[in-house]
Design a protein around this ligand. Sequence first.
Ligand code: URA
Length: 211
Amino acid sequence: MHSQIIVIKHPLIQHKLTLMRKAETSTVKFRVLLKEISLLLAYEITRDLPVKYEEIETPLAPMKAPMLAPEKKLVIVSIQRAGQGILDGMLELMPSARVGHIGLYREPKTLIPVEYYFKVPQDIDKRDVLVVDPMLATGNSAVAAVERLKSTNPMSIKFICILAAPEGLEHFTEVHPDVPIYTTAIDDYLDENGYIIPGLGDAGDRLFGTR
Ligand code: URA
């Protein structure tokens, strides 16, 4: 597999993903599971964040203790609307991260993404970006979102999803070979409507109960 694709196979994540896939899982449960998986993903993805040592006093003794390096600043960019589910979980673990939003919808016939909203922090050029969207299907939205973000010159970009299709991965890695992709599973294929099979259905609909 392409070295820029990282599949996080932690058993807790895989268990929660299976529950999310089940057709009978309610909107309430789906939302909670997506939040929990996202928190665990954030934990894995931030493994390499640099730390700096600070002099502190415990109740018993002074020591040099690690703290996150202040110059490492993150921005989580959510691709609307399903990205919101991942964003909520990640913010719970990293409450001081800044947030950006990209609004893209898939034109139903062509599946081509159309941008309707773009708002990111002004100092994004001094930040590392985590782009989040639960489903990497055709890859069209992810490719367009990352292309747009690259024009703002962030320090780095990582793409984070829950499920990916081989077709989407191929498309994304071809256009953005410099952007690592984190996912929890790679499924079999895309159907003629652009849904990931076996997948979990429409992530936005399941998250917001719109169907
Ligand atoms: N978007 C979804 O929500 N689900 C899919 O299977 C593909 C794209």
